[in-house]
Design a protein around this ligand. Sequence first.
Ligand code: ADP
Ligand code: ADP
Length: 219
Amino acid sequence: MRREMRAVLMGPPSAGKGTQAVRLAAEFGVPHISTGDMFRAAIAAGAELGRRAQGFIEAGKLVPDDVTLGIVCERLAEADAMSGFILDGFPRTVPQAEGLEDILRAQGVRLDAVVLIEVPEDVLVRRVTGRRVCEKCGRVYHMEWNPPPGSACECGGLVTQRKDDFPETVKERLATYRTQTEPLRDYYASEGSLVVVDGTGDPDEVFRRITRALGRCGS
Ligand code: ADP
Ligand code: ADP
């Protein structure tokens, strides 16, 4: 498979974007860029970006577009992103998608594909309820299907539940997704770069579906 790949992974909270993005980044040899991970790292580090983002994240709302676009613009200018990237959880609004288009146009490149991972709501709820994350390395586990080896991560870090994975915030995040992110489906469908992939089944099965779909996307 060709190594250059510029793809976006979209989908509701806990659809499996991060799980698949890690695998796709390894498959194509490009960086995995997750705005959620970048915000969490900034919060953990006590950085200014974290202070600006934290309230929105904990309320299940989106971080404002100008802040989000700013960090993505900087990240995509780094050397390792020149031969491609797997964007995970960005863009999440139409203005973010327009901003991304401007960044890529300035670099003289374009997206190869936007992959929308579709998962029914009952499955999303089971995935989000069981999700646990290592506070040190960010590795993602699931209490039912992929539990950490002991009470800690393989790296020794503490494995905990994300605060925004508590039920009340999840409800808000799903509502935010429906109103602000779902319109991107039409945006990218009309551009011709959208592929919709069934996100149910085990991670290997979903990965095969995505790589098959990407194989059909252009050169
Ligand atoms: P999930 O993968 O469960 O959908 P993420 O880790 O991608 O969650 O994001 C966690 C939170 O970080 C979001 O609920 C939102 O508050 C914020 N966030 C992440 N990406 C974006 C984005 N592109 N625009 C605005 N806010 C974002
Ligand atoms: P997102 O980045 O879209 O929020 P994650 O990749 O973090 O989603 O997945 C959410 C939770 O569901 C995690 O606990 C992950 O281990 C689990 N998970 C992801 N994909 C699958 C799958 N295909 N089958 C079962 N569990 C999954």
